[in-house]
Design a protein around this ligand. Structure first.
Ligand code: SF4
Length: 313
């Protein structure tokens, strides 16, 4: 795929490059997520009540701090019925004691619990549309609960997802295109694992200051930003600073190999830096390629006469 090729001959701007290999991109992200991710306890449940509580708490509080508050809340009011029965003042006091932000959120959560009990007999509705009828539950939270509890959500499009799509696939900075990109990337009926995975990517690898290599980003092979060295994003207007420009050179190796599949060192070098040679000659390039080999991105073949670097597929 040619990363960043996002306009069509008809002139319509596309949310994703036309030749993106969706299956490969999806598999890479899900495998990366399933191999290792932050172990937030609400990721181990599909109880819509517990998920709703985690989402409401996360709206204003850092995730690491939400964990203990969420555990205490679910221990004190383990079911939607028990929350509905609780004294509202006690719920608000809990919110204040745990520094969870606006008290109104506690009141709305209590009200939503009453709606679930009174209007739905204690069973949460499953669609984002019905969930968004609950008090204090906006479209984002409704979709998150539908995704994580019922696998029936749409693709989440938050600032993390926009940043990732913009960098990886050069999705133009336009909300409609971001939505289209996110929805196209997600496999229908896989909203739980997909939304968790792409948000994890935005949280631990593709933050404002990206950690592409350190976090082993599974999209480096396709990523427009990684290949061009332009890591700006809608919420990162200035190019973030990195230690050295090694990442840019790594990106250029991957880009050259995406085009040619494999290249001997002597042909790869000049494509990676204009001043190839001397201090930044073959030994330097071998080390760079060895790093990429360690990360599983390239393979190095040496027949004793020539060293060839190729992209691993
Ligand atoms: S390679 Fe870097 S910039 Fe690209 S999606 Fe991964 S973390 Fe983001």
């Amino acid at each position: 795929m040619t990363a960043g090729d996002s306009s069509e001959p008809d002139g319509r701007v596309k949310p994703l490059p036309a030749d993106v290999d969706l299956d490969a991109v999806r598999d890479a992200l899900i495998s990366w997520y399933e191999a290792d991710h932050r172990a937030f306890p609400w990721r181990r449940t599909d109880d819509p009540y517990e998920i709703l509580v985690s989402e409401v708490m996360s709206q204003q509080t850092q995730l690491d701090r939400v964990v203990s508050a969420w555990e205490a809340f679910c221990e004190r009011w383990p079911t939607v019925e028990e929350l509905a029965d609780a004294d509202r003042a006690e719920v608000v006091a809990f919110w204040t004691d745990h520094s969870l932000g606006y008290n109104n959120r506690a009141k709305y959560l209590h009200e939503a619990a009453n709606q679930v009990v009174d209007d739905y007999g204690g069973e949460f509705p499953e669609s984002p549309e019905a969930l968004s009828e609950l008090m204090g539950v906006g479209p984002y939270t409704a979709n998150a609960v539908a995704s994580f509890a019922f696998n029936s959500g749409n693709a989440v499009v938050d600032t993390n997802v926009k940043r990732v799509c913009h960098r990886a696939f050069a999705t133009p900075d336009d909300d409609r295109l971001f939505e289209e990109a996110a929805q196209t990337l997600m496999l229908e009926g896989e909203s739980s694992v997909w939304n968790n995975a792409i948000m994890e990517l935005g949280g631990v690898a593709c933050g404002k200051k990206p950690r592409c290599d350190e976090a082993g980003c599974p999209w480096r092979e396709w990523c427009h930003a990684y290949q061009t060295g332009d890591f700006t994003a809608p919420d990162v207007p200035e190019q973030p600073t990195f230690e050295g420009s090694r990442r840019q050179f790594r990106g250029r190796v991957v880009r050259a190999l995406s085009e040619f599949d494999e290249l001997p060192l002597a042909k790869l070098g000049p494509r990676v830096r204009v001043d190839y040679g001397g201090e930044h000659g073959e030994a330097w390039l071998r080390e760079l390629a060895a790093d990429l080999d360690d990360d599983g991105l390239v393979a190095i073949d040496d027949d004793g006469e020539e060293t060839v670097v190729r992209l691993r597929r």
